[in-house]
Design a binder for this molecule. Structure first.
Ligand code: F6P
Length: 329
């Protein structure tokens, strides 16, 4: 039987995440394994519109497994949101003879992939974002690396906060989700964590928790603010007004998106890349490669985009119980 997929493209789109290179490498190597030619599309969907590509032979993906960023660059494309832009993208697929596209990124990337599939191009999605906010997959590539970067920074901040007996307010990324903030808060024993999934009560969640920690003997405090829950600068100011402390504010920002991917991200990216190409090799397409209960599954993109993932609130309870223990005031 003639193979349906002879040549595929791979692209990264949206915000980058550590482990994207590992996923690109896995797609390229797995394609070789299945006898499929692989082309890298640069600069996401915009690159597909502009026919901006690079050949991905074994040499091109050597030594990228452990490197941060994405060798294919990434972008957010306004033009791809238009019908005309998508038609141009389909044109590129025809000119390059692409039978399918593996799109690595978040929700926006998968929405683009869905649109393309409606125009007859076979697609597979791989979830990669430091926010871990993709409903269909309980894990997204980059989350573990971003957590570890934030943890390392907060550990360093704690050293100086401890020496000066200060309060530190740290803003972490996560867009509209609190996964990163809560995970990092648990891992650093933060005094309090403010997340978008729970309405912030400044008096209860910040003032009382600092007071409890002080009564329990702490002289330094760490408040973690998810960017979706508010601004660390505002919280710092309010702490000063309420308690007379002189907090130091740190916005971790894009540092969380850089650096070498952790073992978990390399391993997950490698597995996901392989499964995306295997689906093509076996004649399937139109799904996102997801992790559910530790195993890899394929979920149709339309369904995947409808799925919601909830932050396990038990983790918030654990943070409250363990990070600033002391007599409740
Ligand atoms: O989605 C990843 C993310 O890093 C979010 O956490 C953050 O809100 C956003 O991207 C920042 O985007 P940009 O790179 O456009 O500043």
């Amino acid at each position: 039987m003639e193979k349906k997929f002879k040549r595929i493209g791979v692209l990264t789109s949206g915000g980058d995440a550590p482990g994207m290179n590992a996923a690109i490498r896995s797609v390229a190597k797995s394609a070789m394994h299945f006898g499929i030619d692989c082309i890298g599309i640069r600069r996401g969907w915009q690159g597909l519109i502009n026919c901006d590509f690079v050949r991905l032979d074994g040499h091109a993906v050597t030594h990228i497994l452990g490197s941060g960023g994405t060798i294919l660059y990434t972008a957010r494309s306004e033009e791809f949101m238009t019908e005309k832009g998508r038609e141009k993208a389909v044109g590129t697929c025809k000119v390059l003879g692409l039978d399918g596209i593996v799109a690595i990124g978040g929700d926006g990337t998968f929405r683009g992939a869905l649109e393309l599939s409606r125009l007859g191009i076979a697609v597979m999605g791989i979830p990669a974002t430091i926010d871990n906010d993709i409903g269909c997959s309980n894990y997204t590539i980059g989350f573990d690396s971003a957590c570890n970067t934030a943890i390392e920074c907060i550990d360093k901040l704690r050293d100086t906060m401890q020496s000066h007996e200060r309060c530190s307010v740290v803003e972490v990324m996560g867009r509209h989700a609190g996964f990163l903030a809560l995970y990092v808060g648990l891992a650093t024993g933060a005094t309090s964590v403010l997340i978008p999934e729970r309405e912030v009560n400044f008096e209860e969640d910040v003032v009382k928790r600092i007071q409890n920690a002080r009564i329990a003997g702490s002289t330094n405090f760490t408040i973690i603010v998810a960017e979706g829950a508010g601004s660390a600068i505002d919280i710092g100011q309010r702490i000063h007004e309420a308690l007379g402390l002189d907090p130091r504010v740190t916005v971790l920002g894009h540092i969380q998106r850089g650096g070498a991917p952790t073992g978990r991200d390399r391993e997950t990216a490698t597995r996901m890349g392989y499964h995306a190409v295997k689906a093509f090799a076996e004649g399937r397409s139109g799904s996102v490669i997801c992790t559910q209960a530790g195993s890899i599954t394929e979920i149709p993109i339309e369904e995947a985009l409808e799925m919601k993932k909830h932050l396990p609130m038990i983790r918030y309870e654990i943070m409250q119980a363990t990070s600033a223990p002391g007599m409740a005031l």
